[in-house]
Ligand binder design. Structure first.
Ligand code: GLY
Length: 258
């Protein structure tokens, strides 16, 4: 796995609860979301990352989910074009920040749409989700950019999977060629060459975990999953994500890591 050094984060704005959601878990509590975000930032720091913390942005209630605005690789960055109209403007400030860190930056262009949550890095290969947010043109543009950077990619169509918003709601890549997968994705032919950790339906939310250097950040409340990762030799850090889960957000969504 690439050794990560930095993360970009943006705390939730006061109108965070007005963002998009496809789950019906109730309205998030803003104060609790802020606390959970602080704990998340502390965990990133403990994993050795230096943080760039952007100001909360009330113009975009979903803007705490910074991962959707860019795809950061070890060889270049791609600024996305989010699929939800209310989120398109989120990329403007992020692009400026990323252009300070990367000399090689490209952009997903109209009519392509792409959410970073649909992009899963697995070493030198990228899985790109075709979803309600990421369209065919977005997948094609990204795969061409990645190919120019020397990476391979494959398309994973998740449009038939009713329960996940983004590809990474149902998959995470860990070291040792290991994928964490929800049951619906476990049988996909693109994943046959990998080791699998399959999460059952009741633990589906836990699939969105993030490996950062020596640790794997996981959502709290999934002891069976935590024990399975520990049994395989991963060091886990558990974080309460209840308020972000209410807005379709997971651990990976809250940062851009590079
Ligand atoms: N609430 C995150 C999203 O729908 O993009």
């Amino acid at each position: 796995m690439t050794h990560l050094r930095h993360a970009i984060v943006r705390p939730p704005s006061s109108n965070f609860a007005d963002g998009l959601t496809s789950v019906y878990l109730g309205r998030p509590d803003f104060e609790m979301a802020r606390q959970q975000h602080r704990a998340y930032c502390q965990a990133l720091s403990s994993c050795g990352l230096t943080l760039t913390v952007l100001e909360p942005d009330e113009s975009f209630p979903d803007s705490t989910f910074v991962e959707d605005t860019a795809v950061l690789t070890s060889r270049g960055a791609i600024i996305t074009r989010p699929g939800a109209p209310s989120r398109k403007g989120e990329v403007d400030e992020i692009a400026e920040v990323i252009q300070q860190a990367y000399s090689n930056v490209t952009f997903i262009c109209e009519p392509g749409t792409l959410d970073g949550g649909d992009v899963c890095e697995a070493g030198n290969h990228y899985f790109i989700g075709l979803s309600e947010r990421t369209n065919q043109k977005g997948v094609l543009q990204l795969s061409e950019y990645l190919s120019a950077l020397g990476f391979t990619s494959s398309l994973i169509d998740i449009r038939g999977l009713s329960k996940i918003l983004h590809l990474k709601s149902g998959i995470a890549s860990l070291r040792e060629k290991t994928l964490v997968l929800i049951e619906e994705l476990a049988g996909h032919k693109e994943f046959t060459k990998y080791n699998h950790v399959v999460v059952g339906q009741a633990a589906q939310y836990a699939a969105n975990c993030v490996e950062i250097n020596d640790y794997v950040l996981i959502a709290s409340g999934y002891e069976g999953f935590r024990d399975e990762l520990q049994r395989r030799g991963y060091q886990t850090v558990e974080l309460d994500m209840s308020e972000f889960q209410k807005m379709d957000g997971g651990l990976s969504c809250l940062s851009l890591r590079f």
